[in-house]
Design a protein around this ligand. Structure first.
Ligand SMILES: *Cc1c(COP(=O)(O)O)cnc(C)c1O
Length: 398
């Protein structure tokens, strides 16, 4: 044999380097507040989805330790065999009550939830309607389902209405991020639900970035839209991750009793995987209490969002760099070219600030950006330091 494809990987990695698309991990450890230790150096970080600063909260740490004492570290099996601990069962009831929906199913990860539940809901001959900016795991779940996928322009409800009206599929599923993960924009939930009602479709809403942050007491985007209770929520399946504002790991899906029972029966990523460790459920119970009670965390977060937007709007005036129209903790700064976004990230890094550059294919070609993520763990001085550094870098880039 002369040439094997196995010899091509070094050259293929070089191609990634040339296109400024090589991804690298950074080894980190928590420091105080919103700071991270990176290579032995304390950096001010704006990269975490820990929006409420709960991931290191003593209540969660204590609960995780108590959970480990009571249950050990591993779940030992699939939830349908021996892995469904009392802690996981209790958490499901708490989650359902928290979001005001009839029933919840708790998963070990958000990615696994979406790639599993979509194929459980629809299959060949059915139709999926997917927002163009949806998260990768919704896209992958749609592909796995073998249903026909209709991608509609981001947030374009008229286009969605048209696609739904054209479809004669027996089962129609509309899938959307509630808060778009790379833009920070929010979906029009009432509008989506009205279209689903009109066309007998089901809405799957991914609230990874809204749960804990949006709605009264952080009960999420659906609660904020006023949708709760068995009757109001019949057309919607609510999914959220517990790895972001909740500060731990895992995810859940909540909705109509029969629908959730069906998912329990048919979701392969649930059935054929080990249940989440019970110690996480213990930590998450503690997290739900902090989320519900600590309104001050959301208040601080919103003050920081307003402060950053005010400061950057002034500081970037006349620059090519554009702050997105987001009112959430995700504040993307659109730069455009991959190499320029990487240079901006490096410029911040040299000033002790860490903001990740996000490039295609995570975002559309030509829209490389800095994804600034704010947290209740930041301080006003942290926000001002970021504004000053970006203002200086933007001026230098002209
Ligand atoms: C992070 C994220 C997920 C995946 O959740 P994990 O718990 O990290 O697996 C799913 N959907 C969206 C929109 C996300 O941002």
């Amino acid at each position: 044999m002369t040439h094997s494809w196995l010899d091509d990987f070094p050259a293929r990695i070089k191609q990634l380097d040339h296109a400024h698309l090589r991804r690298r991990r950074t080894v980190v450890a928590p420091d105080s507040g919103a700071r991270l230790m990176v290579d032995g150096r304390s950096m001010l970080a704006f990269c975490s989805n820990d929006y409420l600063g709960l991931s290191t909260h003593p209540d969660l740490v204590r609960a995780a330790c108590a959970g480990a004492q009571a249950y050990g570290v591993g779940a030992g099996g699939s939830p349908l065999v021996s892995g469904h601990s009392a802690a996981n069962e209790a958490l499901e009831h708490e989650l359902a009550r928290f979001v005001g929906l009839p029933r919840a199913l708790y998963f070990y990860a958000g990615y696994a939830t979406n790639i599993g539940i979509i194929p459980a809901l629809v299959g060949a001959g059915d139709a999926i309607f997917s927002d163009a900016l949806n998260h990768a795991c919704l896209i992958d779940g749609a592909r796995l389902s073998r249903a026909q996928v209709h991608r509609y322009a981001h947030a374009d409800l008229a286009a969605l209405n048209h696609e739904l009206a054209q479809s004669s599929a027996p089962r129609k599923l509309v899938i959307s991020d509630a808060v778009f993960s790379m833009d920070g924009a929010c979906a029009d939930i009432a509008g989506l639900l009205a279209l689903c009602e009109r066309h007998d479709a089901l809405l799957l809403l991914d609230d990874a970035h809204g749960f804990g942050v949006k709605g009264p007491q952080g009960r999420g985007s659906l609660a904020e839209a006023g949708v709760h209770g068995a009757k109001a929520s019949r057309r919607v399946l609510y999914m959220a991750t517990l790895s972001k504002a909740a500060g731990a790991a895992g995810a859940f899906v909540a909705g109509d009793d029969a629908l959730v029972e069906w998912l329990l029966q048919k979701t392969r990523s649930y059935i054929f995987a080990t249940a989440a460790p019970p110690l996480l459920a213990s930590a998450l119970s503690a997290s739900l209490q902090r989320i519900a009670q600590d309104d001050w965390r959301r208040t601080h977060l919103h003050q920081f969002i307003a402060r950053l937007r005010r400061g950057l709007t002034a500081g970037l005036h006349g620059s090519e760099w554009k702050l997105s129209e987001s009112q959430t903790a995700i504040q993307p700064l659109l730069i455009g070219r991959n190499d320029e976004a990487l240079a901006a990230m490096e410029g911040l890094r040299a000033r002790g600030i860490w903001v990740p550059a996000i490039r295609p294919p995570t975002v559309p070609e030509g829209t490389a950006r800095l994804r600034i993520a704010l947290s209740a763990a930041h301080t006003e001085a942290d926000i001002d330091q970021l504004i000053d550094a970006l203002t200086t870098l933007a001026q230098a880039s002209r």
